[in-house]
Design a binder for this molecule. Structure first.
Ligand SMILES: [Zn+2]
Length: 140
């Protein structure tokens, strides 16, 4: 499929309560919601705390560090906006703050991947509006 025929990649649908997450990502900062009432760290962004139903959710900078909980290497794909990217890695990252994030592992040797390996956030600008948090093997 030629570049001209390729569909653009889908962009996130941003709810009002997720807007701060995407604004921070555009500034290359990873932020997570924090419940002011019970102390829970919350991801994905929500209007209410899933632990205590409080609406008093604030935002805190995350460390950007975590470990690989699970991953898969996509080596073949039906024609789509992602077909040109194969092989690519889809992973569940367990962040230090205790929540999990579905993302991509980038800048990595696929043969060296393993569960529990330390990773750190990196950012990939998609367009003027969206920058995506992704993860790469932690330095050192
Ligand atoms: Zn709470």
């Amino acid at each position: 499929m030629s570049t001209e025929q390729r569909k653009p990649k889908p962009v996130p649908v941003v709810s009002p309560w997720a807007r701060p997450f995407w604004e921070a990502a555009r500034e290359r900062r990873l932020v997570l919601q924090h419940c002011e009432d019970c102390g829970a760290t919350v991801f994905y962004p929500r209007a209410y705390c899933p632990q205590c139903l409080s609406e008093r959710l604030g935002w805190r900078d995350a460390s950007g560090r975590g470990t690989v909980y699970s991953y898969t290497v996509v080596e073949a794909n039906a024609p789509s906006a992602f077909a040109a990217d194969v092989p690519y890695v889809v992973a569940v990252i367990r962040l230090e703050e205790g929540v999990q994030m579905l993302s991509n592992l980038v800048d990595c040797d696929v043969s060296q991947l393993r569960c529990d390996m330390p990773v750190e956030v990196t950012f990939e600008q998609l367009d003027d509006e969206f920058t995506l948090p992704k993860f790469r093997p932690a330095a050192g």
